[in-house]
Design a protein around this ligand. Structure first.
Ligand SMILES: Cc1cc2nc3c(=O)[nH]c(=O)nc-3n(C[C@H](O)[C@H](O)[C@H](O)COP(=O)(O)O)c2cc1C
Length: 175
């Protein structure tokens, strides 16, 4: 991996406050390209994306989950990362890889992003995934991995340092 790539990985932090500036269509396309070109098991490409800019819809998405949705308050764009669970038995992994690659491209464009988990989460009205499906009219067979809140950063977060990489979590040859 080039030093440049590692710098982007270190700079990427979860950003939950965004300015009012819109994300350009060109930047949005680059982020989506990263998701569309992400690897998938057996190359089945089960992952799809729903781009949401409408503030009323974003408010409804916030109501789909009880906690951890601050990033939706100011995000000018939200991308729902969904995947066809009938096409792939490992759609969760496929969707996670796509979302992560999109966050790295966002950082490379100096944009902020945060992953907002929907799978296995609840709102006061029940299952978050089901609620997102209803708000965005997503067919039942699609799993909802996460919502990516994306925008221009309105908060600064320190990049990771090399020392933050805890090599105690690395085992050699056996555990
Ligand atoms: C699977 C997953 C689920 C997450 N869910 C949420 C969430 O629902 N809301 C949120 O604000 N951040 C969420 N995050 C962001 C984490 O809180 C964040 O990555 C972690 O605290 C480390 O901070 P960093 O992203 O700045 O390195 C999630 C991250 C991952 C990978």
């Amino acid at each position: 991996m080039s030093a440049e790539m590692l710098e982007i990985i270190k700079k990427r932090r979860s950003i939950r406050k965004f300015t009012e500036e819109e994300v350009s269509d060109q930047n949005l396309d680059e982020i989506l390209k990263a998701g569309l070109l992400a690897p998938s098991s057996k190359n089945k490409k089960p992952v799809e994306f729903i781009v949401v800019k409408d503030r009323e819809t974003i408010k409804k998405l916030k109501d789909c989950k009880s906690m951890g949705t601050i990033g939706l308050d100011t995000a000018p764009v939200v991308i729902a990362v969904i995947a066809d669970s009938e096409t792939s038995d490992v759609w969760v992994e496929d969707a996670s890889i796509a979302a992560t690659m999109m966050q790295l491209v966002a950082e490379n464009l100096s944009l902020g992003s945060v992953w907002i988990q929907m799978r296995c989460r609840q709102s006061t009205n029940g299952d978050s995934e089901a609620a997102v499906r209803e708000v965005l009219n997503i067919p039942e067979k699609y799993g909802v991995s996460c919502l990516l809140a994306i925008g221009h950063k309105a908060e600064e977060r320190a990049p990771y340092k090399d020392e933050d990489a805890d090599f105690n979590r690395v085992h050699k040859e056996t555990y």
